[in-house]
Design a protein around this ligand. Structure first.
Ligand code: GLY
Length: 389
């Protein structure tokens, strides 16, 4: 069997006639200036450090991390800010924070090499066109592919060989990228099979995503769904839902395989149905009376995923539905409840994120990936609205 990788990513075609909420333009402007302020203060005060989450609004430099997955998100914000502002000092910082992770493209301990290298070295390559920068991203994809379990046909999580996480859908793009750049069919097979296994074992009939799947290492058989960061094993962890929407859109853009587009739509429809006018979900939709009503990073990730889906789905009515919802999420996140604009005591950008509720890490705080994916989504939307996409 040939695993088809398209020569170019499928383009995004956002339909005309969107309903841009009144507060969007001013909110986005506030968000970018808040991010510039917070990120430059952080790198000035704590050079070369990579905090994951705040405590009482202050970045925790030595907070317990569970796993080492976030070192691309600070450099990624710097690249986004550099592109937005054109300031050479921000480009210099972005390069510096990218160089700090040099070597991790060979890291076999984590399943997060997409999170590390796409926001940083890939953006650096896009800014300069220097081929050796993209070669590092390709190496990250090759290293990710070494996580493949051939019997279960999935990329194993950092946790254990029998464990598959929904989060890996957000990192498999780097394997597709390496396959496309090198023409290596084995890399294409691994990326493709991982997505098909995730679709078969983690995505349910109602479109909800399980956080984790556990496999029999002897036979490769799928055994059960489980969770690490959601409320219960058959729960619906909201950030995982965002990873699924985004990740299946990426798989579709690399392959043109409409099964991945349909799965992204199912995941998106579940998010919309269960979140409705609230726009920002709790940590897990199945948690009865959640202690905290919102997880802002899940909303930021979903907004970016819904925006991409709107550009891929084809049907204009559906596409406008996804794009309008994404715009409403982002406008909500730019309101004072979430955006730390004008609050010098709060060091992150977005409040009310959650890292790991069960372990009590980064609960109701700013989280570094929430700030990054928020800017990434604003960037995609703003480029479209200003005609610079
Ligand atoms: N483990 C990645 C996440 O917290 O989403």
């Amino acid at each position: 069997m040939t695993y088809r990788i398209l020569p170019d990513l499928l383009p995004l075609a956002i339909p005309p006639g969107l309903t841009v909420p009144d507060g969007y333009a001013a909110g986005s402007h506030r968000a970018w200036s808040t991010a510039e302020d917070k990120v430059t203060s952080l790198v000035r005060r704590h050079p070369d450090r990579f905090p994951l989450y705040t405590s009482g609004g202050r970045w925790q430099l030595d907070g317990e991390a569970w796993t080492n997955w976030c070192e691309g998100f600070l450099g990624g914000q710097l690249w986004l800010l550099a592109a937005r502002t054109g300031k050479p000092e921000l480009s210099a910082l972005a390069e510096h924070y990218s160089l700090l992770i040099k070597g991790r493209e060979h890291d076999r301990e984590v399943h997060d090499l997409g999170f590390l290298f796409w926001p940083t070295w890939r953006r650096w390559y896009e800014a300069t066109g220097r081929p050796e920068l993209d070669a590092t991203v390709v190496q990250a994809g090759r290293t990710m592919a070494m996580r493949f379990n051939p019997k279960g046909r999935y990329l194993r999580s950092f946790l254990a060989p029998d464990s598959l996480f929904i989060d890996i859908m957000m990192n498999v793009g780097v394997v597709f990228h390496a396959a496309r750049r090198t023409g290596d069919q084995e890399l294409a097979r691994i990326a493709y099979e991982h997505c098909l296994t995730t679709r078969r074992t983690l995505i349910r009939g109602d479109g909800s995503a399980s956080h984790e799947g556990v496999f029999d290492l002897g036979t490769g058989a799928f055994l059960r769904q489980s969770t690490q960061q959601g409320h219960q094993d058959d729960g619906s962890w909201a950030r995982g839902q965002g990873w699924a929407i985004h990740g299946f859109c990426t798989a579709y853009r690399y392959t043109g395989d409409r099964r991945f587009l349909r799965t992204a739509q199912d995941c998106a429809d579940f998010y919309l149905e269960r979140t409705g006018a609230a726009l920002v979900p709790p940590n897990d939709w199945e948690e009865p009376d959640p202690a905290l009503p919102v997880e802002s990073s899940a909303a930021a990730i979903a907004a970016g995923g819904l925006w991409r889906l709107a550009g891929l789905v084809g049907d204009e009515v559906r596409a406008r539905g996804y794009a309008d919802y994404a715009l409403r999420i982002l406008t909500r996140l730019c309101e004072p409840r979430f955006l730390s604009h004008g609050d010098p005591a709060w060091e992150g950008v977005l409040r009310h994120g959650i890292y790991h509720q069960g372990k009590g890490l980064g609960v109701d705080e700013s989280v570094m990936w929430g700030d990054y994916w928020f800017l990434d989504a604003l960037d995609a939307v703003d480029r479209h609205l200003t005609g610079s996409a």
